[in-house]
Design a protein around this ligand. Structure first.
Ligand code: MN
Length: 238
């Protein structure tokens, strides 16, 4: 492989933040971004706990398949698509604001990678309970009280038809809002009905719960509250 010039590297690296949001057709026309890169763009972060750590709420086999097969599959596909399309950004988020202009396979796999990376951090074996401090204050302000928030979030998770995600987001008005997305869409995408910074998310694809809960999605949704990592939620709230 020919060694890249330092100028090309400079342009490529300097462009990562701003060019990611540009439509794919435009990305392809930029020679500076067409330089070959070494190794995969996206790698899977280590799971922050053991597969069995969330039992009995989320079983070990579901966690293992979910992380090592489903999530890994999205990353492998995403890397393949990026290689084919000469996409060089390492920021998966930068693709989302103009995702409607990009191929559906890129949307599904970029979303799949981002959403799962976030989802693993939303859970912890020492989680659950009710939030305190600024998270409690923000939830009470937006939804009245924790139980009403929980009911509304559960409703979003249970009523999402087919595969998708439930979200708590901070919208551009700085308000907390609950919604859901189909497939691997997320609130950072221009195609999403609910938009904002993801604060909390729950995967409601059948692959996330079917081995333990079968058709009883509501039981899985209820179990999630026992493993929520409120420290992650607090950190994302800023
Ligand atoms: Mn999943």
């Amino acid at each position: 492989m020919e060694k890249k010039s330092s100028r090309r590297d400079f342009i490529k690296n300097a462009s990562i933040g701003t060019l990611g949001a540009i439509a794919l057709t435009q990305l392809n026309s930029l020679d500076a971004l067409a330089a070959p890169h070494e190794g995969p763009l996206f790698v899977q972060a280590a799971l922050p706990y053991d597969y069995k750590a969330l039992e009995p709420h989320i079983d070990a086999m579901t966690m293992e398949i979910h992380y090592s097969k489903h999530h890994k599959g999205y990353i492998d596909n995403l890397n393949k698509i990026c290689a084919e399309k000469n996409i060089h950004t390492h920021s998966v988020e930068s693709l989302f604001p103009a995702i409607s202009t990009m191929p559906v396979a890129l949307r599904n796999n970029a979303g799949g990678h981002y959403n799962h990376t976030l989802f693993w951090t939303m859970m912890t074996p020492n989680g659950g309970g009710e939030p305190t401090g600024k998270v409690k204050t923000a939830i009470d302000a937006a939804f009245g009280n924790f139980n009403d928030f929980k009911t509304k979030f559960n409703e979003a998770a249970k009523s999402r038809f087919g595969s998708g995600w439930a979200w708590l987001v901070l919208n551009k008005e700085g308000k907390l809002e609950i919604g859901s997305t189909p497939n691997q869409d997320n609130p950072l995408m221009d195609v999403s009905e609910v938009k904002g910074t993801p604060i909390l998310c729950l995967d409601v694809w059948e692959h996330a719960y079917y081995l333990k809960y079968q058709n009883k999605r509501a039981d899985y949704v209820n179990a999630f509250w026992n493993v929520i990592n409120w420290n992650t939620v607090a950190a994302r709230l800023g």
